[in-house]
Design a protein around this ligand. Structure first.
Ligand code: SAH
Length: 247
């Protein structure tokens, strides 16, 4: 059944109005109309099953029939700090990371970032990525849309207080000592994993040192050099498999 995310969904209401883009999408793209069943998803895992009761002036009114069991929050919060990549790679990361249950994505600019985003281009990109995340939410039945923050600097990410019980990692193909398996396999889960992944050209040694000075552990995904997007998605998958709900 089709799912739609409603930001201010109130489970106490018997009828819910859907307007704007979401309503247009329902009516014009999906050709939905009176009598169609659907699920409304809201923050905190709320799920309401209902049926379209009326369509008037582009406003879809849904009559709620049943409150479904809320979806549980992910057992481990994963934060991906991804150095900006070329558009198709970044889009891929947003879509797949959302499906895999990433909680927060923060794009950042690093020394070897090829793509430069400035001014209103940042805002445009951000809303483009949020659109991808929102579409993925419907498809994958996530609890809430993947949160995406605006473009950051590495220094801000390294200096940020990530809270207690956070495992902070920098994915570095030059790391020889510490592999991902030894780091997470059979270990009690951390509440949060924060991972820095580099751009196409990788991190500079200075950036790796900067992250390490801020308490980020360098970690390797093995002897092969992966594309940044492969590295990011592999890491999320491994964390979900070991500590999360990919089972
Ligand atoms: N510097 C390299 C490739 C960078 S790969 C070069 O140009 O040859 C892009 C990013 O993916 C890296 O910055 C790193 O964060 C991640 N990555 C790729 N392969 C990895 C591996 N084997 N272990 C850990 N991280 C890896």
């Amino acid at each position: 059944m089709r799912r739609f995310f409603v930001e201010d969904l109130d489970p106490a209401q018997a009828r819910i109005e859907i307007k704007g883009d979401e309503a247009r999408h329902m009516l014009q793209v999906l050709r939905m109309g009176k009598g169609h069943s659907l699920i409304l998803a809201g923050p905190g895992g709320i799920r309401l099953k209902g049926r379209i009761d009326s369509v008037e002036g582009g406003i879809v009114t849904v009559a709620i029939e049943e409150q479904l069991t809320p979806v549980s929050p992910p057992p481990v919060e994963i934060v991906l700090c991804q150095s900006l990549l070329k558009a198709p790679s970044m889009d891929l990361v947003v879509q797949k990371a959302s499906e895999l249950g990433l909680s927060l994505l923060i794009p950042f600019a690093s020394e070897r970032t090829v793509v430069k985003l400035t001014g209103d281009k940042v805002e445009r990109k951000l809303s483009h990525w949020k659109g991808i995340a929102k579409a993925s939410l419907k498809q994958s039945d996530r609890n809430e849309p993947l949160e995406i923050e605006t473009l950051a600097e590495l220094s801000a990410l390294v200096g940020r207080d990530w809270g207690e019980n956070s495992l902070k990692l920098i994915l570095w193909e030059g790391e020889r000592g510490q592999g991902i398996k030894a780091l997470i396999r059979g270990k009690p889960p951390n509440k949060r994993v924060v991972a820095l992944v580099g751009p196409e050209g990788g991190f500079s040694k200075r950036e790796v040192n900067q992250a390490m000075a801020g308490g980020f552990e360098p970690v390797s995904l093995g002897p092969r050099i992966l594309r940044a997007e492969t590295a990011a998605l592999t890491l999320i998958t491994l964390i979900q498999y070991e500590w999360g709900d990919l089972s």
